[in-house]
Design a protein around this ligand. Structure first.
Ligand code: COA
Length: 269
């Protein structure tokens, strides 16, 4: 008989980058609701304070550190503080990301670098700086990637390049740190409603509808969809899962083939 477990992460410490808003705030809230102590790292103090206050208002334990994942020394200090405050880190979520739509010739080298530095170098910096403070054995790392890692998206060259790197970096971590009992997995969201990413990439009702149409299941994801997967991946229920890239996208990654089929269907009418 299966039983509902309301306290999946009781007593654990979670560290979530990019957790001030969007998908990663949803993850931080879910972790806190399941009994974890949550440290959120974000760039903007105001958003960070609001996120921490909102989680604390539920009675959960949370705090925030303002830092940029491009700054390795700042991350080292953040992990030292977290370990002193909350103990060894059981769960690490690398979610800080940047994005703006632009053609390759419409972005400067520095624009390309900004996204690669936040997404890819930021994930490296986070994992590398966290390493001495991770609980071994038992820690679980989750990187937030995107379907961009697996197929090209026009006007998203920086994100495609960065997320492809995030996937392979995370799998390499799974290989190198697995013998110490550390798991590392990738979550690949499709379009997720009510996030900064979707506001930037689908700013009009038409663009929103296109995004929805690209999903075989016919809806955008919710932050809860991603939080549910994160909860599973860092719980004991996933103790043998490492190096996995798990799509939570309603099948959107399959849409090249689906679009071809829809075009063929339309041509017969
Ligand atoms: N189009 C073209 N280039 C852009 C751009 C846009 N919309 N937005 C930023 N850039 C370029 C800047 O011009 C700059 O390059 P330059 O020095 O050659 O002019 C470079 O990117 C860095 O810009 P900066 O303003 O210093 O940003 P940043 O280093 O703080 O990086 C970004 C942040 C660029 C990722 C920004 O888009 C951001 O903060 N996004 C919010 C988070 C987000 O996107 N979340 C959703 C994730 S899915």
């Amino acid at each position: 008989m299966s039983t509902f477990v309301p306290d999946l992460l009781h007593g654990k410490t979670a560290f979530v980058t990019g957790g001030s808003s969007g998908i990663c705030l949803g993850i931080a809230e879910a972790f806190a609701a399941h009994g974890a102590r949550v440290m959120i790292l974000g760039r903007k103090q105001e958003k960070l304070d609001a996120a921490v206050a909102s989680i604390r208002s539920t009675g959960a334990t949370a705090d925030g550190i303002s830092a940029d994942v491009r700054n390795y020394e700042a991350l080292e200090a953040a992990f030292t503080q977290t370990a002193a405050q909350f103990g060894p880190i059981d769960i690490l979520v690398c979610g800080a990301a940047g994005n703006f739509p632009a053609p390759i010739i419409g972005m400067s080298a520095n624009g390309f670098k900004a996204v690669v530095d936040i997404d890819l170098l930021g994930t490296y910096n986070t994992c590398r700086a966290a390493y001495p403070h991770l609980r071994k054995p038992g820690a679980s790392i989750i990187s937030i990637s995107a379907n961009h890692a697996h197929q090209p998206y026009a006007f998203q060259a920086h994100v495609c390049a960065a997320k492809a790197g995030v996937d392979l970096l995370t799998q390499t971590i799974a290989l190198e740190w697995g013998p110490e009992g550390i798991r590392a997995n990738v979550i690949t969201p499709g379009p997720i409603d009510d996030t900064e990413g979707i506001r930037r990439l689908a700013p009009t009702p038409e663009a929103r509808q296109n995004a929805i149409n690209s999903v075989p299941l016919g809806r955008m994801g919710t932050k809860q969809d991603i939080a549910n997967l994160a909860l599973f991946l860092c719980s004991d229920a996933a103790s043998l899962i490492s190096g996995a890239i798990i799509h939570c996208d309603g099948g959107q990654r399959l849409n090249t083939g689906r679009n071809l089929s829809l075009a063929w269907e339309a041509s017969r009418k």
